[in-house]
Design a binder for this molecule. Structure first.
Ligand SMILES: [Zn+2]
Length: 104
């Protein structure tokens, strides 16, 4: 094999490795590692960096929902009642406390 070809193949392998390592950064971004890999491979990592930086950071997707909890009986309501309906039946006026429940 000619030395020139050998050098070229080494350069290509190095290039792919660099692009691959860089693309792994995309895991924490909206763009994702796979798309970042192909973008960087064909459009050079310089373009990849631009895409990476403009891509939003991936947020942990869990949202909270406003619920209302009775501290006496422990029941959680999705609606805000002036008093806990269950405790009211027992003749106790127990106010509900707003809580943020994490939904998965
Ligand atoms: Zn209650």
């Amino acid at each position: 094999m000619e030395e020139k070809h050998y050098f070229l193949i080494c350069a290509i392998i190095l290039y792919v490795v660099v692009v691959y390592l860089f693309s792994r950064l995309g895991k924490s971004r909206e763009i994702g590692p796979r798309r970042l890999f192909w973008l960087s491979l064909f459009l050079t990592p310089i373009i990849g960096i631009a895409f990476y930086l403009s891509s939003q950071e991936l947020k942990m997707i869990h949202y909270t929902e406003r619920k209302f909890k009775c501290e006496r009986c422990g029941y959680v309501f999705s609606e805000d009642y002036p008093n806990c309906p269950f405790c009211e039946k027992e003749g106790v006026n127990q106010e509900l406390k707003p809580v943020d429940q994490i939904m998965t």
